[in-house]
Design a protein around this ligand. Structure first.
Ligand SMILES: CC(C)(COP(=O)(O)OP(=O)(O)OC[C@H]1O[C@@H](n2cnc3c(N)ncnc32)[C@H](O)[C@@H]1OP(=O)(O)O)[C@@H](O)C(=O)NCCC(=O)NCCS
Length: 141
């Protein structure tokens, strides 16, 4: 598995993966989102390639912190193609995000996950992540 930064040509794959994550969208808006992320110094989107095919993605968002002197990093999204799960791709992606957070000198890397994503919770625990809180959200649109 090769982990690399996402590029414009990945739009179709990113759109497909987003659909599997539960955020179906057309390619056009996804292309716009990709562009915005690429312009953002605080963001990085990684994709995993296996045999030349994009089979997963993970994003990182770094922000200034009031609680720590250093920045904090959030895993902004992570998903592996249904046909490629349980093959180590998710691990490689999450390790890439952790590496990027370290490189950027972050004090902490964290993520939020929906209560219903029990499989993902097992995956995070397996990789040594600790469940430390709850997420509350309010939809504004
Ligand atoms: C969660 C997800 C990214 C994991 O990716 P993956 O490529 O299947 O995970 P890996 O194969 O790298 O697994 C790494 C370790 O976690 C374990 N693991 C993964 N999924 C697991 C599950 N559902 N239950 C128990 N253990 C699991 C693996 O067995 C493996 O352990 P090992 O290294 O000791 O063998 C993937 O299942 C997915 O895309 N799920 C749907 C989207 C989603 O829920 N994303 C998270 C949003 S918060």
């Amino acid at each position: 598995v090769l982990i690399r930064t996402a590029k414009r040509g990945d739009v179709a794959a990113v759109t497909r993966l987003l659909g599997q994550l539960g955020y179906p969208a057309d390619e056009e808006p996804v292309a716009r989102r990709l562009k915005r992320l690429q312009r953002s110094a605080a963001d990085e989107l990684f994709v995993a390639e296996a045999d030349g095919e994009v089979v997963g993605l993970a994003g990182i968002h770094v922000s200034a912190s009031l609680e720590y002197d250093e920045d904090a990093a959030k895993v902004s999204a992570i998903v592996v193609d249904e046909a490629h799960r349980l093959g180590g791709v998710g691990r490689a992606l999450l390790e890439a995000v952790e590496g990027e957070a370290r490189r950027r000198g972050c004090a902490l890397v964290f993520l939020t996950t929906a209560e219903r994503r029990k499989d993902a919770h097992e995956f995070y625990r397996r990789l040594g992540w600790e469940e430390t809180g709850r997420r509350f959200a309010k939809r504004l649109r």
